[in-house]
Design a protein around this ligand. Structure first.
Ligand SMILES: Nc1ncnc2c1ncn2[C@@H]1O[C@H](COP(=O)(O)OP(=O)(O)OP(=O)(O)O)[C@@H](O)[C@H]1O
Length: 604
């Protein structure tokens, strides 16, 4: 019941249309059930002479239409009635299909929209932990399962219920004994179908999983095609693919064999049931207990009844799939979104930042940042250096309010960061992150993401700062060049520079370069830095880098080790202090000297 409620919730806004579909299937069933009754009347009361055994209603209807003789001489009137009933059945079946598809399609569309919007508002931490593939599956195939359940299966359940109820009432009112014989197979076929599909569902699931594995092999191969070629892994990859391909084929074949067995057994059961009615009905008819028309009604109804009952087993097991899908969808929708504090502040930010005794842990008992205290004045450049895993990105994540701290304080222009609106913060802090990500747009549009108001001149300026302008000019379509989701037409360094351009085009008071400058060569790095220095007079800049030449001019250098600030000061101060900074500087210095010597030697 709880699970039906979930689907009911998803149907909000489309429930009335769905009700219209259920009403249409009820009417279609009603008209289809009338057809055998009309046939019976024709056989018993019009062609035959059974008017005495017919009910008063039928007798008066016959009289109303001109009497038995008139109708038997004009049988086309009866045929017309059958055609009319068939047409009405068809019309309501069409309306059922139309309404249920409309309701199901809109429910699916609304659900996808709700999911996508909700996912956009989920906290960053959720995305870090969630599997992208799983989220995509929930937004696409789980929604599709619900759509097909609503469009087809649920109305079929309605049809089966109406059919069984109406047909039983009529059968029992015509002859109780024959009705009992006619109904014996119904629970047997239903139970057989239900048990069969319950068991076979496991194989359906195995087929789905196997298909998923097959797609993963293809996806992995296509994504890593360069590595596959470079390491001559084609044979290995083909073997892997063939194995999964065969596994999938074998499972589907097994499923088809089982389904064939099911349909033939269930066909045999249905035919046996119809045979039993014919046998017992003929005996009753020959004794004059039932009319020939009644026997025709029973055999026709049996055919109409057994089909939905046979389907029911499949539908009920499939229903389980829809409930699982609905539960999976609500697992996302019930996930709390980023907390937006009402009346949170949106102050004008100039860029003065103060960390005081700031500590942070993702998981309890595992501190990642410990007791950080430092102050940055507006317009200053802060550099952070530290071994991998020392907490540099975490510090930036806190600054962007991707996570909230519990111990200590971070103040921006004297205001506690936690009190400032998250969206506002992100509109004031620009970041060029470690992993460059470009959208499927032109280069110009990608850069403009940083500032919608920017003119093409601004875009060029930003690209010049990021030392990518000349490269772009060389492209056939220049700034109009499309870059794919993964920027396939660009090299890693070019992508990185574009993200830098996207960051510097902003007029944000705080900019962060999270290891993005290290990805470009030393020369480009130097020119970007000098351009930034000229431009960012009033911009507070954070630079995370392992390259001393990138950070040596910073106003403040923080050395992070195991979440603690182990050293802090200017380059001049830190190179004269024993510690990590001096060691890194010495290594990089001697390395650079070696390269210089090698270059000089090869030149002379
Ligand atoms: N979402 C998370 N949940 C739990 N632990 C995390 C999470 N993100 C990072 N960590 C852990 O926090 C520590 C600091 O990670 P962080 O990414 O801040 O390091 P970093 O100094 O930026 O490293 P790198 O130079 O490799 O990018 C690491 O031990 C990491 O495993």
């Amino acid at each position: 019941m709880k699970k039906i409620k979930l689907i009911w919730k998803l149907m909000k806004g489309n429930r009335l249309i769905y009700l219209a579909s259920i009403l249409s299937i009820a009417l279609a069933t009603f008209f289809s059930i009338l057809i055998p009754l009309v046939t019976k009347t024709i056989i018993d009361s019009i062609i035959g002479n059974g008017s005495s055994s017919s009910s008063n209603i039928i007798n008066s209807m016959i009289e109303y239409c001109g009497g038995r003789e008139f109708l038997s001489n004009n049988l086309w009137i009866c045929s017309l009635l059958i055609v009319l009933l068939t047409a009405l059945n068809g019309l309501f079946l069409y309306l059922k299909g139309r309404f249920s598809s409309k309701a199901a399609e809109s429910t699916a569309m609304n659900t996808r929209e709700k999911l996508f919007n909700h996912i956009q508002r989920l906290p960053y931490d959720y995305h870090v932990k969630a599997s992208t593939g799983d989220l995509i599956q929930r937004c696409t195939s789980d929604v599709e399962t619900i759509r097909s359940f609503l469009a087809v299966q649920f109305v079929e359940i309605g049809r089966a219920i109406f059919m069984v109820t109406l047909v039983s009432i009529i059968m029992f009112s015509l002859n109780v004994k024959l009705a009992l014989v006619a109904m014996t197979a119904v629970p047997i076929i239903f139970t057989f179908a239900f048990i069969f599909f319950k068991k076979v569902q496991k194989i359906f699931l195995q087929c789905d999983e196997s298909e998923g594995r097959l797609s993963s092999v293809i996806q992995e191969n296509l994504t890593g095609i360069r590595v596959v070629r470079a390491f001559a892994m084609q044979k290995f990859e083909m073997d892997k693919f063939n194995k999964k391909n065969r596994e999938f084929k074998n499972l589907v074949y097994k499923l088809i064999k089982l389904l064939a067995l099911y349909w033939s057994i269930s066909d045999a059961l249905c035919l046996l049931q119809i045979g039993a009615i014919l046998l017992y009905g003929s005996v009753l008819s020959s004794k004059g207990i039932i009319s020939l028309g009644t026997l025709v009604v029973f055999t026709t109804y049996e055919g109409m009844l057994l089909w939905p009952v046979r389907q029911m087993g499949r539908i009920l097991t499939d229903m389980g799939k829809s409930f699982v899908a609905a539960t999976r969808i609500f697992e996302i929708l019930d996930e709390p979104t980023e907390i937006m504090i009402e009346n949170s502040l949106q102050p004008k930010i100039s860029g003065e930042i103060e960390f005081k005794n700031l500590s942070f842990e993702y998981e309890e008992g595992k501190p990642v940042l410990r007791n950080l205290t430092f102050k940055v004045k507006k317009g200053q450049t802060v550099a952070i250096l530290g071994p991998t895993g020392s907490g540099k990105t975490t510090l930036i994540n806190l600054l962007l309010r991707l996570y909230d701290y519990k111990k200590g304080s971070i103040k921006i222009d004297g205001i506690e960061l936690k009190e400032i609106d998250r969206k506002w913060i992100r509109q004031n802090v620009g970041i060029a992150s470690q992993e460059p990500f470009l959208f499927s747009k032109t280069i110009e549009d990608n850069v403009k993401l940083g500032s919608e108001k920017a003119s093409i001149y601004d875009v060029h300026e930003a690209c010049k700062i990021a030392s990518i302008h000349d490269n772009i000019q060389e492209f056939e379509k220049g700034y109009e060049t499309m870059v794919g989701e993964k920027g396939v037409t660009l090299s890693g360094g070019q992508k990185q520079r574009l993200t830098i351009a996207r960051t510097v085009i902003t007029d944000y008071p705080i900019l962060i370069f999270d290891d993005s400058l290290s990805a470009v060569d030393a020369e480009t790095d130097a020119s970007i830095r000098s351009a930034l220095r000229k431009r960012s007079k009033n911009v507070t800049t954070f630079i995370i880098s392992h390259r001393i030449s990138t950070i040596r001019r910073a106003d403040l250098i923080l050395v992070l080790e195991k979440g603690k600030i182990s050293q802090m000061g200017t380059h001049k101060k830190l190179v004269n202090q024993d510690g990590l900074y001096k060691r890194v500087w010495e290594i990089q210095n001697s390395f650079e000297k070696e390269i210089e010597e090698d270059t000089n030697e090869s030149a002379s």
